[in-house]
Design a protein around this ligand. Structure first.
Ligand code: DAH
Length: 344
């Protein structure tokens, strides 16, 4: 009987700490200590023991009962404490799942730098519509219908086959010159950094959409010397910084909306004019088109060409960004590959 009591105690003390609900504890209580429980059953046999064994067995049975009772109480207590124990305090020093900040697109960077350079020279920023009419894109810029000079600027027309809406995606920034002069009188000093469109075949240096920055300066007495001075300073600021002198070279050229017209080169900032792979061993890099505003353009906007003179220029922003950042393929700008963009 003593052995039976001990076995009962061992089983109870093993089972109680594993009870994980009030119902489980209640069930153990009934199983071991209940009126029809296992302890009562053993104690029922006490009466049939020989008299000399009764006291020891009775004492042990009481001990077992107490131990099971206190084990049940302890487990009940413990479960109560667990339920009430507060969660560990929030550790606000644990690093979060941060998001990497994006970067400014290289075209936007080059754009902002150019705008800033010209702002320091007194030029304001102007804008115009991406969908232009033929008048502003061509006629007002001295490119009459059927004139061969239109060919190099011909672009995407709006409308179905055979339909002539007279609208197109602007093929250069120059129409904004006309729009600004239509609404403002001289003096005018503006730059227009915007998107333009041409049906160019895509390759490493061509894309059907790209960016230009147009400049226009109109004032009484404005001269080619002013043009050279402004572009010289702007190119120095864009490519030279403080420690390298950038030379500009003006080559005679033709644009319908300027007379005389020039193509402007800068001394190669990578080899200081000595010749390298970027400048094709030439020492010069062609950067922009420029010239004195053609009197015909002034007539279209109602300015008196006898009184006002002015200069204009157009520069490719994508090309400037490629040169400054050492990028050899224009397509990279428009693929939205974060691995490329994050480098700048
Ligand atoms: N519009 C010309 C082009 O897209 C660039 C240009 C050349 C603009 C000479 C000008 C200029 O204002 O004077 O190629």
């Amino acid at each position: 009987m003593l052995a039976e009591l001990e076995k009962l105690q061992n089983e109870a003390l093993a089972a109680i700490p594993l009870a994980d609900s009030d119902q489980a504890l209640e069930a153990l209580h009934i199983e071991y200590l209940g009126r029809k429980g296992r302890l009562r059953k053993i104690m029922g046999e006490l009466a049939s023991l020989p008299a000399d064994q009764k006291p020891a067995a009775g004492r042990l049975a009481n001990q077992v009962k107490q131990r099971i009772q206190s084990a049940l109480a302890e487990r009940t207590n413990e479960r109560g404490r667990t339920a009430l124990t507060p969660a560990p305090p929030l550790d606000i020093t644990v690093p979060g799942t941060g998001r990497k900040p994006g970067t400014i697109h290289p075209i936007t960077q080059a754009n902002d730098e150019l705008v800033e350079v010209f702002a320091r020279l007194g030029f304001e920023t102007a804008h115009g519509p991406e969908i232009e009419d033929e008048y502003h894109n061509f006629e007002a810029l001295n490119m009459p219908p059927d004139h061969p000079s239109r060919d190099s600027f011909d672009t995407f027309y709006i409308g179905g086959p055979g339909e002539d809406s007279g609208l197109l995606l602007r093929s250069h920034t120059s129409p904004v010159q006309v729009r600004v002069m239509e609404t403002q009188s001289p003096p005018i000093r503006i730059v227009v950094p915007v998107k333009v469109f041409r049906p160019d075949t895509v390759d490493a240096s061509h894309f059907p959409m790209f960016h230009q920055l147009e400049g226009l300066y109109v004032e009484e007495g404005a001269s080619f010397a002013d043009l050279k001075a402004v572009l010289g300073m702007a190119m120095q600021a864009t490519f030279g910084g403080f420690d390298q002198h950038i030379h500009t070279r003006f080559r005679l050229s033709f644009f319908p909306f300027t007379e005389p017209s020039a193509e402007v080169d800068v001394s190669c900032p990578f080899c200081s004019g000595g010749g390298c792979s970027v400048c094709g061993q030439d020492g010069w890099i062609e950067i922009l088109g420029a010239g004195m505003v053609d009197p015909e353009v002034f007539r279209h906007v109602g300015y008196d060409p006898e009184r006002y003179t002015g200069f204009a220029f157009g520069v490719g922003i994508d090309r400037i960004a490629m040169l400054k950042l050492g990028i050899s393929d224009i397509r990279l700008f428009y693929e939205n590959d974060a691995r490329f963009l994050a480098q700048f």
